[in-house]
Design a protein around this ligand. Structure first.
Ligand code: ADP
Length: 310
């Protein structure tokens, strides 16, 4: 879907991106992560040509990105950023409709799309569509930013620290929404973050950058369990790898079906990390497990958390 072939970008004699070779598969949720200044944003912005690469090739759908018309790139790639960049004197509706308006969609179609997107992002359309950005909370503004990026139903969604400035509760609500949108739409998503927990939660594949070069590419499990270097180990946080690994799997993967146990039940969709907290908080060595409807499924034992991971 998107391929970097020996791509470099230099600013004032500084190699922001240095001989990058990377393939992003269609439908994948890829997270670019790394320390500040490692080249994450530059890599992202080269995809939609907000930054032009100096050398190498960037292919989108098999063609060099430079050969696309700007309008086609705007239509096929949505872009959302941390500072949101909403137009302050435009309503929510006008902001979301930026790309559809550029593409000259008929008014009725635009209105319908705005309603659909506000609903998707849990903002009641009647209440919010005529508001101005300053009449929204930070989290609501972020949602509008994401809605705007999705407006023309792009094939690719590029997000640069979209949840960076949010409080933890709003942040995790928006992360859950993006995960849901990805699952439902199968869109190709590329997200930049410096937060390893966000990367582990959202990514199919993590690309860890260091000084403009790839330190490791892998699934969250591969990055945690098989770090390629000391840098990777340090970056993911040496002391908490075990706990983070538990965050990748759910109770459903380890439940002993049909068994019973006493105590406040665990939802089958909880992560094993959440189960660990529950065992500790409830001082239990086994707990019942229930499905989404609250029906008993079986039991989980504390020892099940210690099983070897695949
Ligand atoms: P990250 O997103 O990982 O924090 P960036 O891709 O923003 O890193 O930046 C990588 C390097 O390139 C940094 O050293 C940064 O200062 C430099 N850089 C990025 N954009 C510009 C620019 N427009 N002009 C000069 N230097 C830049």
């Amino acid at each position: 879907m998107i391929e970097f072939q020996q791509v470099s970008k230099t600013f004032d004699n500084w190699k922001a991106v240095d001989d990058l070779n990377l393939r992003l598969n269609a439908g994948d949720f890829t997270v670019l992560i790394g320390p500040s200044g490692s080249g994450k944003s530059t890599t992202l912005k080269m995809i939609n040509r907000l930054v032009e690469h100096d050398s190498g090739r960037i292919l989108f759908a098999g063609k060099e990105i430079r050969s696309f018309k700007e309008e086609d790139i705007r239509r096929r790639m949505g872009y959302a950023i941390q500072s949101i960049g909403l137009f302050p004197h435009w309503t929510v509706e006008q902001n979301i409709a930026t790309v559809p308006a550029l593409l000259k969609w008929p008014k009725a179609r635009v209105a319908e799309r705005v309603t659909e997107l506000l609903t998707l992002l849990n903002l009641e359309p009647a209440r919010y569509r005529q508001r101005y950005p300053h009449q929204l909370s930070g989290g609501q503004q972020q949602r509008v930013g994401v809605a705007r990026a999705l407006a023309a139903d792009p094939e690719v969604l590029l997000m640069d620290e979209p949840f960076g400035a949010l409080d933890p509760v709003t942040r995790s609500a928006l992360q859950a929404e993006i995960a849901r949108i990805h699952k439902a739409s199968g869109k190709t998503i590329v997200l930049v973050t410096h937060d390893i927990d966000e990367a582990l939660l959202l990514a199919d594949r993590i690309v860890l950058l260091d000084k403009g070069r790839i330190a490791q590419v892998g699934t969250p499990f591969e990055i945690l369990a098989h770090p390629a270097s000391d840098f990777v180990t340090e970056f993911v946080g040496r002391s908490e790898v075990g706990i983070k690994l538990l965050g990748l799997d759910t109770v459903g993967a380890r439940v002993r079906k049909g068994q019973s146990a006493t105590g406040e039940p665990l939802p089958i969709s909880a992560t094993l990390r959440e189960a660990l907290s529950a065992f500790v908080a409830r001082r239990a060595s086994s707990l019942p497990v229930v499905d989404a409807q609250g029906q008993p499924v079986g039991a989980l034992h504390f020892a099940d958390l210690l099983d070897e991971q695949a």
